[in-house]
Design a protein around this ligand. Structure first.
Ligand SMILES: Cc1ncc(COP(=O)(O)O)c(C=O)c1O
Length: 428
């Protein structure tokens, strides 16, 4: 086990994880009476303390909700206290203060894109807001000019969001190829073998949703470059959990919703369109804000903005982006490498505990393939899932597997709580 996963010592020691855990008081403190006591002691789940730190309003937001242990970030992530507060502040100001606030709207977006650019190592001019991963993938699929006979390379292990936008091009004569997964892995050699002269685009997830298999983006990026294939990445199951640098990985198009590991509000997502393909992606939709001189209402000249803002046809979800920005500030403060290390440690702890109790893990365990997701087999997964849910321990039931996805603020106590309930279920 020591060789397979990070050692306990590598738990991101330089970071004060308790401080960050305190920003998510709404997501832990189990309902099981026997399990409450250790939580109260070890986690300092202290709402009065939070009031002191962040003001009375936050204490209200963070008032103890019905107790739970949240280990389901691959489905949806909670927002942290300051993100919730940023949204509240934004909505209050827009309703009770500066209602018509165009310059502020511009500023909220500008500062958000600056943060995001730092986070993934992209120039802000190549970043566009959108509302979901699915929509972002459609901006790419519909934006490229396609000739009949051109091919797109996918794999048969993807979440459907990363398949349907491309199947939707079949009516234009585009052909779709699927790399077959093997034991929950998408092998590089299989990808290489399926690239043909007509392959124009490859789209793949950073991390596969079902078992957390982490694709080797650098190597796939290299393959794409060598074959002049556009490299598109659905980042949603990796970004926020794992470090990503779009330059290093040679990504041409990255899209991610923020509602999972990034812990942004629902309806916030972004796209990165690299300089390499920027001119090839025609905006599939146009609106008053996608053009130059947008305040000259009767000019009617469809001259797209020179930046990725051309992919934002109208007003945007500014309250959501205010919340997403507050979340990004936290991620940047901690650092994506430290978060990755922490998540790999917590998931390693879970893997260890599952293995020592004889559970069969579906997630590939090679260190370079791991992520924030650990999926395991259980002969009675639906009933186990209901058992955990009724005790407010949140995981996912996916394709007959139990999928556990802790974030950096989770700790060993959360995993122990899950294990205790799991073992109890199998004992009884
Ligand atoms: C890999 C992957 N892509 C896309 C999505 C859907 O994203 P959205 O709802 O932002 O389109 C999910 C999960 O919901 C996912 O796991």
């Amino acid at each position: 086990m020591e060789n397979m996963v990070l050692s306990r010592e590598k738990r991101g020691a330089a970071v004060d994880w308790k401080k960050y855990r305190a920003l998510f008081p709404h997501t832990f403190s189990p309902a099981e009476p026997a399990l409450i006591a250790p939580y109260r002691e070890s986690n300092g789940n202290n709402h009065a303390g939070l009031a002191g730190a962040f003001g009375p309003k936050l204490a209200e937001i963070n008032a103890p909700s019905p107790a739970m242990v949240y280990l389901n970030h691959a489905a949806l992530g909670p927002m942290h206290s300051e993100a919730i507060a940023a949204i509240e502040r934004h909505n209050r100001e827009r309703s009770c203060g500066n209602i018509e606030f165009w310059p502020d709207l511009v500023e909220v977006k500008r500062s958000f894109k600056n943060l995001l650019g730092r986070f993934i190592n992209a120039a802000p001019e190549y970043l566009a807001l959108t509302d979901s991963t699915s929509m972002g993938l459609n901006w790419l699929a519909q934006g490229l000019e396609w000739k009949p006979g051109e091919r797109i390379l996918l794999n048969d292990f993807e979440f459907p969001s990363n398949v349907y936008p491309f199947l939707n091009l079949q009516r234009r004569g585009v052909e779709i190829d699927f790399v077959k997964q093997r034991d929950g892995r998408i092998e590089l050699e299989d990808i290489a073998a399926m690239i043909r002269p007509q392959t124009r685009l490859l789209s793949i997830s950073f991390v596969e949703f079902l078992n957390g298999f982490r694709n080797d983006l650098k190597e796939i990026g290299r393959l794409c470059r060598e074959n002049n294939v556009i490299f598109c990445v659905d980042g949603i199951q990796g970004l926020g959990a794992l470090h990503l640098d779009v330059q290093e990985s040679g990504i041409d198009f990255l899209v991610s919703g923020g509602q999972k590991w990034l812990m942004w509000p629902l309806g916030t997502a972004f796209m990165y369109i690299s300089p390499r393909i920027f001119e090839q992606v025609h905006p599939m939709a146009a609106g008053w804000l996608s053009v130059e001189d947008s305040w000259e209402f009767f000019k009617y000249e469809l001259k797209f903005l020179p930046t990725a803002e051309r992919f934002e046809p109208g007003n945007y979800n500014a309250a959501g982006v205010a919340g997403a920005g507050a979340s990004l500030e936290m991620f940047l403060e901690i650092g994506s490498r430290a978060i990755e290390q922490r998540i790999l440690y917590i998931t390693a702890y879970l893997i260890e505990r599952l293995q020592e109790n004889g559970y069969r893990i579906y997630t590939p365990l090679e260190p370079e393939s791991r992520s924030g997701i650990v999926t395991f087999h259980h002969s009675n997964a639906p009933a186990l899932f209901e058992h955990l849910k009724s005790r407010r321990v949140h995981v996912s039931l996916r394709n007959g597997f139990i999928r556990v996805s802790p974030h950096f603020y989770n700790n060993e106590d959360d995993i122990d709580c899950l294990m205790e309930l799991l073992l109890g279920f199998d004992r009884d």
